[in-house]
Design a protein around this ligand. Structure first.
Ligand code: PHB
Length: 367
């Protein structure tokens, strides 16, 4: 099998990616403590993977309230911005390109992670049947059930938009080529989009237009701050992760509405996290084509892809690029392995979250 399409260049905004093998955003919980600050270890990990067409970093909270797992990096302090600059400089020094993923977890959190031990915030005061990761008061880390959130007041929303905007500015100041707005996988922006997590009766709930309003306000603020050609977004239509549950007709209508809105804003890219990575349904090619028809920017898909499936989706004119997660963790030289048809290193599941170099910077490249 050849990977001719997968290994050809693609233009994203003003950036030229030398191939379409992108690195997916991956939570690894190895930020420096205290302060959730990226370190030289993180810089080394990403620089090892600089041959990706584009690296999309692990999700990074835009404000302290946006954190749902211990030891994830942030992008709201000067120290975090300086830590990210180490990462960006290392990736650029190794010839790569890198986007920062901007995150607010909303209700996927716990008082132990929140400033002042407050409950987490969300569109509505509805608990998710989901888990988050905390360090307990006795110092031991644990997965725990997420807490019932407090519903955001309408007057609080502008301050969250402002946090996203400031985070995007910090990303550009740290040298990132692009930012990716995380509106997928059941986190805050997805909680506004989905019918089961958003039961608001104001201008941010109810109709499809109202549920899309807050995520699009975030998009507009970031576009105004750094320019549409530096902005991408991640969506997970039909996703079930973190207790998102919607009628299929609602999921499809929202996805198409968003694609039209993002096309109107000339976003650099849209990144679709397919639901089957956590046991959700497979997307149909008809649905993928519906997305493609509505959006002329770069369209990325991710979720358990093989090189063969990736090449086919690009050859069919549906995808422009494919993001690889687990295979990029275990194979720092993934594009080269695809080019050579080489075997892939297996993934060690036990070193995914937390820890140090083991399972992070010690996966071998081909000689
Ligand atoms: C996770 O930390 O489990 C996680 C983070 C971001 C995602 C999905 C999963 O989009």
């Amino acid at each position: 099998m050849t990977c001719e399409k997968l290994l050809s260049p693609v233009q994203i905004g003003t950036l030229t990616a030398p191939n379409r093998v992108f690195m997916a955003p991956l939570t690894r919980q190895r930020a420096g403590q205290p302060g959730n600050i990226p370190t030289v270890l993180n810089a080394h990990h990403y620089a090892q993977r600089a041959s990706a067409g584009l690296i999309i970093t692990e999700a990074s909270q835009v404000m302290p309230e946006g954190q749902g797992y211990a030891w994830t990096p942030g992008i709201h302090s000067d120290e975090q911005q300086a830590g990210w600059k180490l990462v960006v400089d290392a990736v650029h020094g190794a010839g790569g390109r890198i986007a920062l993923q901007l995150w607010h977890v909303g209700r996927i959190s716990h008082a132990l992670l929140q400033p002042g031990g407050q409950p987490p915030v969300a569109p509505s005061a509805i608990a998710a049947k989901a888990q988050c990761f905390v360090v307990q008061s006795d110092g031991t880390p644990a997965m725990v059930a997420t807490e019932t959130p407090r519903a955001l007041e309408i007057g609080e929303l502008p301050s969250i938009v402002a946090a996203y905007r400031a985070a995007a500015r910090r990303a550009v100041n740290a040298g990132f080529d692009l930012v990716e707005i995380h509106a997928a996988n059941g986190y805050l922006l997805n909680q506004f989009l989905a019918t089961n997590s958003n039961q608001r009766t104001d201008a941010y709930g109810g109709s499809l237009e109202n549920r899309a309003r807050f995520p699009l306000e975030v998009v507009d603020a970031i576009v105004e701050e750094i320019g549409a050609d530096r902005v991408g977004i991640r969506l997970s239509p039909f996703g079930i992760f973190n207790d998102i549950s919607e009628a299929p007709a609602d999921a499809e209508a929202m996805a198409f509405h968003l694609m039209d809105a993002l096309q109107a804003r000339s976003l650099a890219y849209v990144h679709i996290a397919e639901p089957d990575w956590v046991g959700g349904p497979q997307l149909s090619d008809a649905f993928r084509r519906g997305l493609r028809q509505r959006f002329q920017g770069v369209l990325i898909f991710a979720g358990g892809y093989t090189a063969k499936k990736a090449e086919a989706l690009i050859a069919a004119g549906i995808a422009d690029a494919i993001a690889f997660g687990r295979s990029f963790i275990a194979n720092p030289d993934l594009p080269r392995r695809f080019a050579l048809g080489a075997e892939l290193n297996p993934l060690d599941q036990t070193t995914l979250y937390g820890g140090g170099e083991k399972g992070y910077t010690d996966y071998p490249a081909l000689p």
